[in-house]
Design a protein around this ligand. Structure first.
Ligand SMILES: [Zn+2]
Length: 190
């Protein structure tokens, strides 16, 4: 009888020990997670290149969704001279097989953008570029109003119908900068 009691007590003690150990492990796990280094998104940028991006198709969507996460975070990363930015083109994180899409700081994923019309005379704007984070901003010519065609990534991860947008001012400027990236054109090469 007393042996049985002892065994019972030992089991209880073990159980208690196990629970404590488990709690401790969970606590260590949590602490490790908190200590985990935040992802250095800026280190995922590739050096500037002039490779033309290819059209995004349905098969590319898993890649688009994965890379859009990095690009969106880059929009909110302060790198060198660029205090945040408005959009990031896929060619800025992929120099092997860049896809023609960009992500805006509002988390819009714009696929296959193309500028189809613009006002007659350009105006001079000052722009920076994440690909040249150490360079000072540069004066470039941009059209104040443009008409662009594109698809976008729908909420359920599909490619939308082709849409036409009329853009002006800052939006038009950003779209010209990003479609240039898609075509392998960089602000320091124009
Ligand atoms: Zn750029």
């Amino acid at each position: 009888m007393s042996e049985e009691k002892d065994e019972q007590a030992a089991l209880e003690a073990d159980k208690e020990h196990f629970v404590q150990t488990q709690e401790e492990l969970d606590r260590q796990d949590e602490a490790a997670k908190e200590k985990e280094e935040p992802v250095d998104f800026a280190s995922l940028l590739v050096p500037p290149h002039t490779k033309k991006s290819r059209k995004v198709t349905e098969e590319d969507i898993p890649r688009v969704m994965k890379d859009a996460h990095i690009m969106y975070n880059l929009c909110h990363t302060q790198v060198g001279y660029i205090p945040g930015c408005f959009a990031v083109h896929h060619s800025q994180i992929d120099d092997k097989d860049p896809l023609n899409f960009f992500v805006t700081m509002d988390k819009e994923v714009v696929l296959n953008p193309e500028i189809v019309r613009h006002t007659k005379f350009p105006v001079v704007k000052t722009e920076g570029c994440l690909s040249f984070s150490m360079n000072p901003p540069k004066k470039v010519e941009r059209f104040h109003k443009i008409e662009a065609e594109c698809n976008y990534l729908t909420r359920d991860g599909k490619i939308s119908e082709l849409i036409t947008l009329s853009l002006s001012g800052k939006n038009a400027e950003v779209w010209q900068h990003e479609t240039d990236h898609g075509n392998g054109i960089l602000i320091y090469s124009i």
